[in-house]
Ligand binder design. Structure first.
Ligand SMILES: Nc1nc2c(ncn2[C@@H]2O[C@H](COP(=O)(O)OP(=O)(O)OP(=O)(O)O)[C@@H](O)[C@H]2O)c(=O)[nH]1
Length: 674
């Protein structure tokens, strides 16, 4: 016997669970990409804002310095054009009295006190100091001032000496020279000295926020070096003392600025820190104003804030995504729970229905050779409710008479993959009682994935089988009953007709004759009239017993044809043999000696017999065509009947064998004889 395997015990994993991590990964990647893109965009925008702010501050400061310079130049120019000053200087040079000197000193003091100059001196055309606010001055101007004086006098316009240091002053200063003329004759000049610390440097300290690293400073390229003109926030060097070599390829903003770059620059500053810088030239000078801020301060904090905001957004998005996933899982869980509950409910129904119908179900695992069965199926086999049944155990339980056939049916169904429907007996494991079971099963599954598995139902049909067997017994008894005459217990006319047809078929095959005796009790009406019907019935029973006893031979059929008429079918009997049997029967009835006061001369019950015998071959020869069983039965009955009539006609209590003369007699017979 081939074996069959059960369905897989576990369902294939849901695809959704494989897709979920992939989906989450894709969402995370998309989210990360989105966050990064947003960050880069915002960072770019923020960078522009910072760069713009720094440029604005730089421009503001350049504007301030430029205005400061122009105001100083304007003041110097107004001194050159001041006629009163020129007249006072001329007067003092012609008459150097203290009164004339006082006027000039007063003007110089006014410049210091009201215009914010640190020093204001009158110098001669050779650059010698003549007079200051405090009185006459000795010595000459520094060389740069002297050069500027000569240029100024030559051009007849104010000149600046730029920022510089001199031993005369303890501070970096900005020098201006306002040339004075008496007509076309140079009188000298007013040398104005501005303390850069008090007037210029504060302009560079204008910074709108509380940055720790932002600063602006002035530099000037001098040959291959850069001179820092203003103080630095992160170095203690005095202005105009720090000088750095110009390194064109260094990428330092200061080097780039010296090379001509303007606007926004990135690079390392004098401390070696990465900075964002804006460079602009101060108009009318060699000065470059550099505003810078550490990149770390400018962007790191912003970056941190951006990352924080985006991180918050990403966290919220992740939280939302997580929430959606949790919600989805919760819905799935709820749906599964509802399905599980419904399944359990249906399983309970199924169990109840199984119990009510004595039907269980099972799955057979061909590889493990084990039946996995429902509680009801186990109960049918008399096994524990949740146990399994091994193949060997099942075979042992099969009834010995059914085992071979059952295994054959299973094997056939397995080989042909056809549905199995089998009924067989088992010896129940729990009590060794004989039980009938019906198994309906199918092999494989509809997709054909597991062709060797078997699943099906099993039903205990013992009671049904018993009822069916009982019914069969009843049916057989009834079948027999309808062919038996209730009064005499002989075969009735139905049974006789069937037997005649059957024997005729056999006679045709074997070529042997078939004889029929028709028997009638003589003057039975008179018997009834005289003795009553009950006695008549008893008489008929006695005659029947006598006939069946006297007939004797196996295969002969004695029947009650109807009323007081009997018939005896004698297969294989010729006319002579039929006559002989008839006579024996007649004698047997006579031997009964049943009184019949109104009967024959002996006053006992007698019978008349008509006998006929037909041989199929002869019959067909004479008629020329084969006859059917029904036709021949009719012919046999008719002949025997005709012979019986003839026996009655000739006085009763005798046997007549059919001959052609019987037909004549029958036709011609008066009704009174019948
Ligand atoms: N007691 C009894 N009488 C029956 C039964 N069947 C038929 N009979 C009677 O049998 C009688 C038959 O009478 P008939 O057919 O006239 O013939 P007969 O009186 O026997 O006269 P012959 O046949 O000419 O000798 C009738 O009176 C029927 O009532 C039966 O089952 N029991």
């Amino acid at each position: 016997m081939k074996h069959f395997s059960p369905p897989a015990s576990s369902a294939p994993p849901s695809r959704a669970w494989w897709l979920l991590p992939l989906l989450a990964l894709l969402c995370s990647l998309a989210l990360g990409w989105g966050v990064r893109t947003v960050y880069l965009e915002r960072e770019q925008r923020y960078r522009h804002v910072i760069e713009g702010s720094l440029a604005a501050i730089n421009q503001l400061q350049v504007g301030g310095v430029t205005a400061w310079r122009q105001r100083r130049m304007g003041e110097a120019a107004s001194l050159t054009d001041d006629g009163l000053l020129t007249a006072a200087v001329t007067r003092w040079r012609q008459v150097p009295s203290s009164a004339n000197a006082a006027v000039l000193r007063e003007r110089l003091r006014g410049m210091v006190e009201h215009l914010g100059y640190t020093g204001a001196y009158l110098v001669d055309p050779q650059g010698r100091l003549l007079l200051g606010p405090d009185g006459p001055q000795q010595g000459g101007m520094p060389a740069p001032e002297r050069d500027a004086l000569h240029a100024s006098l030559a051009l007849a316009q104010p000149a600046v000496t730029g920022l510089q240091r001199d031993a005369r002053f303890a501070f970096p200063y900005f020098g201006l020279l306002a040339p004075l003329y008496d007509g076309t004759q140079p009188l000298g000049a007013v040398w104005l000295v501005v303390d850069a610390r008090a007037t210029l440097y504060p302009l560079l300290a204008t910074w709108p926020n509380s940055s720790h690293t932002a600063e602006s400073f002035l530099v000037e390229r001098q040959g291959d070096s850069m001179l820092f003109l203003s103080p630095l926030r992160h170095r203690g060097d005095e202005p105009l003392t720090l000088r750095m070599p110009w390194r064109p390829g260094s990428g330092e903003p200061i080097a780039l600025a010296a090379g001509g770059s303007r606007g926004t620059l990135y690079g390392l500053d004098y401390r070696g820190e990465q900075v964002l810088a804006t460079v602009a030239a101060v108009p009318g000078s060699n000065w470059l104003l550099i505003s810078k801020i550490d990149a770390a301060e400018a962007f790191t904090e912003a970056q941190r804030r951006e990352w924080l905001a985006l991180g918050l957004f990403a966290s919220l998005a992740a939280l939302l995504l997580g929430g959606v996933v949790v919600l989805w899982r919760w819905r799935v869980w709820r749906r599964e729970s509802a399905l599980k509950e419904r399944l359990e409910h249906n399983m309970r129904w199924l169990e109840t229905a199984q119990r009510a119908a004595s039907v269980g179900y099972f799955a057979y695992n061909g590889e493990q050779r084990v039946f996995v069965m429902s509680a009801m199926a186990n109960a049918i086999f008399g096994l524990p409710a949740h146990g399994q049944m091994a193949l060997r155990q099942w075979i042992d339980m099969l009834h010995a008479d059914d085992r071979e056939e059952t295994l054959r049916l299973h094997g056939e169904a397995m080989a042909q993959h056809s549905p199995l429907c089998a009924q067989y007996r088992i010896l129940r494991a729990s009590d060794r009682h004989l039980r009938w079971v019906e198994v309906r099963a199918e092999y494989g599954d509809p997709q054909g994935a597991e062709r060797s598995r078997m699943t099906g139902t099993i039903q205990d049909i013992t009671e049904r089988r018993q009822a069916e067997e009982q019914l069969e017994r009843y049916r057989a008894a009834l079948e027999a009953q309808i062919r038996i005459d209730p009064l005499t217990q002989l075969a009735n006319r139905l049974a006789l007709d069937e037997q005649v047809a059957f024997e005729w078929e056999r006679a045709q095959r074997s070529g042997t004759p078939l004889a029929l005796l028709m028997i009638d009790v003589d003057r039975f009406k008179a018997f009834n009239d005289h003795y009553g019907h009950v006695a008549g019935d008893r008489c008929l029973q006695s005659v029947a017993l006598a006939l069946s006893t006297a007939t004797g031979r196996a295969g002969d059929v004695v029947a009650r044809y109807g009323g007081e008429e009997f018939a005896v079918l004698l297969p294989g009997a010729s006319e002579e043999q039929a006559w002989s049997v008839a006579e024996r029967l007649r004698e047997a009835v006579r031997a009964l000696g049943i009184d019949h006061a109104r009967g024959c001369e002996d006053c006992i019950v007698t019978i008349s017999i008509g006998a006929a015998s037909i041989q199929p071959a002869l019959r067909e020869m004479t008629t020329g065509s084969p006859r059917t069983g029904v036709d021949m039965a009719h012919a046999l009955f008719r002949q025997a009947d005709a012979a019986l009539y003839r026996a009655k006609q000739y006085g009763r209590d005798q046997t007549m064998v059919y001959g052609p003369e019987c037909d004549v007699a029958l036709h011609d017979a008066p009704d009174s004889l019948l």
